[in-house]
Structures are given as C-alpha cells and as structure tokens.
Design a protein around this ligand. Structure first.
Ligand code: MG
Ligand code: ZN
Length: 218
C-alpha cells in the first residue's frame, strides 16, 4: 500500500528526472551525439547486440558506451576490448538508470567527438521504462528463452520503445517459444518496429544496425 507521502515523493522523483533528462537531451543535441537507451532483462543479449553494432559502426563513427549493470565492470571490459570509450557508472543497488546517472557519467568525459552513445540499462523489464535518460531512441531486447508470453506480460516497456529486438531466435524451437508471436505481440503493445535476431548466429543483425543508422542525426 502506498501512503500519500510516498506518492508525493514518487511524483517529485519523476519531475526531477524529466528536468534532468531534458537537460541531457539539449546537451546531446548541442554536441551532435545520438543516444540509444538499451533496455531488457538480464541475459537477453543487450551487451552482445551493442558489441555487434560497435564492430559495424566504429570505423565510421566515434562511439561511447555506458554500462549500467549493478557491477558494471564485466560489460565495461567487454566494450573496452572493442576500442570504444566506456563511461564509468556504478548503479550500486539500483534496478534502473536515471537521467542523473547519465549526467554524472558525462561530467568528466570529453564528449567533443562522440557521435553515438549506447547506454546499456540495468537488466529488468519494469522500471527502466519509467525513466527518460534524454535518449533519442529506446530499444527493448527480449530473448525467446524468457518465454513467448513475456511481451504481453510487460506491455508498457514495449509501448514506450522505438524498437523491439526478439533475440536468440536460433534456440526458439528448443525452448518451445514462437519468435513470430513475440514480434507480433510487441507491435500489438504499440512498438512501431520489431525484429527477430540471433546475435550468436547473425540473423537479423543487418536490420538492427540499419535501425541505428536511420536514427543518427547526420
Ligand atoms: Mg550486459
Ligand atoms: Zn528500478
């Protein structure tokens, strides 16, 4: 049960987040940075899909990454091995990133020549969708191993995303899931674009990278 005072605190948190997110957005615009907020459960393939995009795009664009895991070091090392700039963030016990985290991560970074910023959000499908970070595009990644009813169980995050990636389609048969259903469900929830991928086998990755290219500012 929420007390009235809890509701007030929550409203304040959301109001402050909106303000900082809009400051972040102006900052990104001014500096010509296109920002992707990558959301999805633990193990859905967020890191793998970002790594693939980095490999495809890093010769043409300068790329930075924020790894927002509770212990960010693991994914940070993976990203750093691709030669991109990794911005330090430690979310501690938080289950989502907010605009303030992103603002802090940028504070001590020379952003002058960054073209693309990937923000890997903390792994869950619930609260990250409540927090605008100032991004240009929101991407939600789900894997078939989460079960093919996962999309309809979490409609909000799909409705609020610009792209749904249904990942690990190569193992769909083995886990008894229909990737087609998950793609269709995402559209039903209000997401305008949904694609099936297998980050491991390469399926659908061209369209994933196309989405990024189409979103870029220039
Ligand atoms: Mg990860
Ligand atoms: Zn949270």
């Amino acid at each position: 049960m929420h007390k009235v005072s809890d509701v007030k605190v929550e409203q304040d948190i959301m109001r402050i987040n909106r303000k900082i997110a809009s400051e972040n957005r102006s900052f990104f615009e001014k500096n010509g940075i296109t920002v992707f907020n990558i959301m999805g459960a633990i193990g859905s393939g967020k890191t793998c899909l970002i790594e693939h995009a980095i490999e495809e795009l890093k010769d043409s664009y300068s790329i930075a990454v924020i790894a927002g895991d509770v212990i960010a070091q693991y994914d940070s090392d993976r990203f750093a091995s691709h030669g991109v700039k990794v911005l330090p963030v430690s979310t501690g016990k938080e289950c989502h990133l907010d605009a303030h985290f992103v603002e802090h991560a940028l504070e001590h970074t020379d952003v002058k020549d960054i073209d693309i910023l990937f923000i890997e959000n903390v792994g869950n499908l619930i609260c990250p969708s409540d927090f605008d970070l100032g991004e240009d595009a929101r991407v939600v990644i789900v894997s078939v191993s989460e079960g093919d009813d996962i999309v309809l169980k979490h409609p909000v995050i799909f409705k609020l995303s610009d792209l749904t990636v249904v990942n690990k389609v190569d193992i769909a048969e083995h886990v008894g899931a229909s990737a087609e259903k998950m793609v269709a469900d995402a559209i039903t929830c209000g997401c305008t674009r949904a694609i099936p991928t297998s980050c491991r086998k390469g399926e659908g990755l061209e369209e994933w990278v196309s989405f990024i290219r189409e979103t870029l500012r220039t």
